[in-house]
Design a protein around this ligand. Structure first.
Ligand SMILES: Cc1cc2nc3c(=O)[nH]c(=O)nc-3n(C[C@H](O)[C@H](O)[C@H](O)COP(=O)(O)OP(=O)(O)OC[C@H]3O[C@@H](n4cnc5c(N)ncnc54)[C@H](O)[C@@H]3O)c2cc1C
Length: 327
């Protein structure tokens, strides 16, 4: 639980303090927009690192991307940030073409450039967070009218996370923001990192798998990260994930077997499974964020089509709107 004091800055005699809950890409972008508008902000993150679902988890001496597989860029404002990541050597265009597998066999799909990060996608959120006041291992438990965060008065609070996670924190008296998040449906996913003795596959970057009882996609983590490591990352469908609520590692054999059969591979040497309870929103909201009169706001990838770019934009636009309201 957060027991820190309020961050307060005096501008023209007015005390301003904002707490952003969640250091995923949305919360970090929101805090960055607020700081750019000279609003003092503290980010509280319950995990031990920032990143959220842009997650790069260390297995042995290497990180694998176990959340978002890549990101795409269509908005000019996001493109400007991505250009900074590229210049810093943190992001690179990975591929515009991925394979597709369905009942009729193999084909491919060419679309927008898919971007990846040599240091893992989490490194991009860390870059966005540099210089911000981010407190990790700081789980917020209660947000009430005032607004107050775990009993501490603030001028505004932003919940930058999936709606069901936000709903757990909200006092029932915050009816408008509760209404904004209550309608959100979310689906789970399992993500398995498969380590092999060597790269026994060729010309493979990734595949979208349709109509499969287990798999939705498999990506070559060594290709997208650029280190050539013999590591694949497999994403399951939500129906399969729903049958492994308590014990995700139990799913390892099924996922490994499905990947082995699909790509005609030898057995993986090690398999690590991560469960995302709230992986993907099912009901994208047409608005870019929510901000109530009580100065409690919500941002994240449910506010548009569910992807990294949407989450960044949602957080950024909410941060700008809040800064204007507080000015
Ligand atoms: C398996 C998977 C595959 C994906 N693939 C892609 C893809 O290929 N391309 C793409 O663009 N997007 C993809 N996405 C979606 C992308 O990861 C998300 O859109 C984006 O990362 C969401 O960011 P966010 O900041 O909105 O939420 P999150 O990243 O979920 O951040 C929320 C943060 O809030 C924190 N938090 C929650 N409760 C509290 C609390 N009480 N106190 C403090 N902190 C709290 C959490 O720990 C978390 O860090 C994928 C997601 C998943 C799970």
């Amino acid at each position: 639980m957060w027991r820190g004091r309020t961050v307060t800055v005096h501008r023209a005699g007015v005390a301003v303090s904002v707490v952003v809950v969640g250091a995923g890409v949305a919360g970090t972008a929101c805090a960055r927009a607020l700081v750019d508008s000279k609003v003092a902000v503290r980010v509280l993150e319950r995990g031990h690192v920032p990143g959220g679902r842009m997650a790069s988890k260390r297995y042995g001496d290497r990180r694998a991307d176990i959340g978002a597989g890549y990101f795409t860029v269509s908005d000019d404002r996001f493109a400007a940030v991505v250009a900074q990541w590229r210049e810093a050597g943190l992001a690179r265009e990975w591929t515009d073409t991925l394979a597709v597998h369905d009942g009729s066999g193999w084909s491919s799909t060419t679309g927008p450039a898919r971007w990846a990060a040599p240091g893992g996608l989490r490194s991009l959120v860390e870059h966005l967070a540099s210089g911000l006041d981010v407190r990790v291992r700081s789980a917020v438990e209660w947000v009430e009218p005032g607004p107050r965060v775990d009993g501490t008065a603030v001028d505004a609070v932003v919940l930058a996370m999936p709606g069901p996670q936000a709903a757990r924190l909200l006092d029932p008296r915050l009816t408008a923001v509760r209404d904004a998040v209550d309608g959100q449906g979310w689906r789970p996913a399992l993500v398995a990192t498969l380590e092999y003795p060597d790269r026994s596959w060729e010309d493979f970057k990734g595949v979208f798998v349709n109509d499969h009882p287990v798999l939705r996609a498999v990506f070559d983590d060594g290709s997208r990260r650029g280190d050539g490591a013999p590591v694949l990352v497999a994403h399951t469908g939500h129906e399969f994930a729903e049958s492994f609520v308590a014990d995700a590692p139990e799913a390892a054999a099924d996922i490994e077997g499905a990947v082995r059969e699909l790509l005609t591979l030898p057995a993986a040497a090690r398999v690590h499974v991560h469960r995302w309870t709230f992986a993907t929103p099912t009901t994208p909201n047409p608005a870019p964020f929510f901000l109530g009169d009580d100065l409690v706001g919500v941002a994240g990838d449910a506010w548009g089509s569910p992807k990294v770019e949407t989450a960044w934009l949602s957080g950024t636009l909410l941060g700008r709107a809040l800064a204007e309201k507080l000015a």
